[in-house]
Write a protein that binds this ligand. Structure first.
Ligand code: BES
Ligand code: MN
Ligand code: ZN
Length: 496
């Protein structure tokens, strides 16, 4: 993990330094101070196309300077530079430094360029992008030894500021840490992360002031969470539920964040094909996003009352597993005909949603779940599916998603789809009409367990994991949802 710091000090004369230039060729004060021999301005005229935001020109042993390397990063968009653009630039700098196998670098202040935001905000955004891009899940890899090829992570990155910046960077780092924690949990294999071990890890949230309560299998039995228990009944690792509360303000009612935590989804008796089944270790990404968001909120002491709740189970086939055709009575009292044991996320969420609504009477509920493969058919890996019974909540989520680069697309949820999940013998069945509107069938099923409460469901099956490098995250777990929920609480549920 890269160690990021900010310092109010002079530009070093040796080592590796990154300076900034504008897209019009203008130089930051730090870049100008190194331009005595015109190395910076000449670097900007090297072939390589237009000077545009995100381009990085790298010089080894720049003439007249004692630096090992000088990187000139172009910053600023003609239509206005957003925080998101600076996050991407911070990530691009890390990518370039890693390609050059640099272990330590200093990033000069962009002061002197017109960015349309305060210097500390710009630095914080770049630091957030840098830290997210530098993340690796390498705990199970042997580190490369000296002289050996293989990944050599950037170890230290120091941002220089013309003022004594601190607050904004500390916030960015807190958020980056929360996202990294979520990514760790999502990446962890299912032999290590199972319902009980996941629940135990959540207890560490009490260190930042989150109240944590674990409901063990016996508690779930007593409560009557039969749908959730049925999902886990084929596994040697029984289900657990974790209830978390961050009370950063006294409010009339909390907002509830709910996560699907299927630690491994084999499909159960409706077994999945073996090709690609290993991906189902990350079927708990919704739950991981919720716990990451709780950490982010607590770390920045968000002035809001937030309940987080995750349902944890492992969906396995065995002699004790539930069968297709079984009918279970959910926590809410509704009966469900289990047509396909691979549609397990909605069973688990049915109980957790109904429980959180009854116990906390939240002012709004947002659930995150890797619920359907069908959402990938609809939206690919670019956006998560959004379903909501409340337009204001949907709008707030859409806006938060655009702001933090975790975009959503709203799909319908209206009455005609309710017919898709009608059962011949129970109140509902857990699948819709085959390949028709699969994600909507999942959402409309969940809707039956939240009543009239403002509620939104995010189907994150396409965005929780990436098989290719993205602007801010290397391939693997993305941490999708942590920043989105943090922003949603900030814009919509926090005391001003
Ligand atoms: N966890 C899966 C959905 C999923 C698929 C997530 C691919 C990520 C990538 C979910 O539990 C599931 O199996 N859904 C079924 C539902 C169907 C049986 C109605 C699906 O999408 O096929
Ligand atoms: Mn499944
Ligand atoms: Zn699943």
């Amino acid at each position: 993990m890269v160690e990021i710091s900010v310092a109010h000090e002079a530009l070093p004369e040796e080592g590796v330094v990154v300076v900034f230039a504008g897209a019009d060729g203008s130089l930051s004060a730090a870049a100008a101070s190194l331009d005595g021999e015109k190395v910076v301005s000449r670097a900007l005229r090297l072939p390589g196309g237009k000077l545009r935001h995100g381009r990085i020109v790298s010089l080894a042993l720049p003439a007249g300077l004692r630096l090992d390397r000088l990187l000139v990063a172009v910053v600023g968009k003609p239509e206005g530079t957003k925080a998101r653009d600076l996050e991407e630039l911070g990530a691009a700098i890390v990518k370039q430094l890693e390609a050059e196998r640099v272990e330590e670098a200093v990033v000069a202040s962009p002061a002197g360029l017109e960015l349309g935001m305060a210097e500390d905000a710009a630095i914080a955004a770049m630091a957030l992008g840098a830290e997210m891009r530098a993340y690796r899940f390498d705990k199970y890899r042997r580190p490369a030894e000296d002289g050996e090829d293989g990944p050599k992570p950037l170890a230290r990155l120091r941002f220089l500021s013309t003022s004594a910046a601190g607050e904004a960077l500390a916030r960015a780092r807190g958020l980056a840490r929360a996202v990294a924690w979520t990514r760790d949990l999502v990446s962890e294999p299912a032999n290590v992360l199972y319902p009980q071990s996941f629940a135990q890890i959540c207890e560490s949230l009490s260190e930042v002031g989150v109240e944590v309560e674990v409901l063990a299998p016996a508690d779930l039995e007593k409560l009557g969470m039969r749908a959730l228990l049925a999902v886990g009944q084929g596994s040697a690792h029984p289900p657990h539920v974790v209830v978390m509360r961050w009370k950063g303000a006294a409010q009339e009612a909390p907002v509830a964040l709910v996560g699907k935590g299927v630690c491994f989804d084999s499909g159960g008796i409706s077994l999945k094909p073996s090709a690609g089944m290993q991906d189902m270790k990350w079927d708990m990404a919704g739950a991981a996003a919720v716990v990451g968001a709780m950490r982010a909120l607590a770390q920045r002491r968000a002035a809001a009352d937030v309940v987080g709740i995750i349902g944890l189970a492992e969906n396995m086939p065995s002699g004790t597993a539930q069968r297709p055709g079984d009918v279970v009575r959910a926590y809410s009292g509704k009966t469900i005909e289990v047509i396909n044991t691979d549609a397990e996320g909605r069973l688990l969420l049915a109980d957790v949603l109904a429980y959180v609504c009854e116990r906390f009477r939240p002012r709004a509920v947002v659930d995150l779940a890797t619920l359907t493969g069908a959402v990938i058919v609809a939206l690919g890996h670019e956006r998560a599916g959004l379903f909501a019974n409340d337009d204001a909540l949907a709008e707030a989520l859409l806006r938060a998603g655009e702001d933090v680069g975790e975009p959503l697309w709203r799909l319908p949820l209206d009455e005609p789809y309710e017919k898709h999940i009608e059962s011949d013998i129970a109140d509902l069945k857990n699948v819709g009409r085959g390949r028709e509107a699969g994600s909507i069938a999942g959402a409309v099923f969940l809707k039956a367990f939240v009543g009239e409460r403002p509620w939104a469901h995010l189907d994150i099956a396409g965005v929780a994991w990436s098989s290719r490098d993205l602007a801010l995250v290397r391939k693997g777990a993305t941490g999708f949802g942590v920043r989105l929920l943090d922003r949603l609480v900030a814009t919509t549920f926090e005391e001003k």
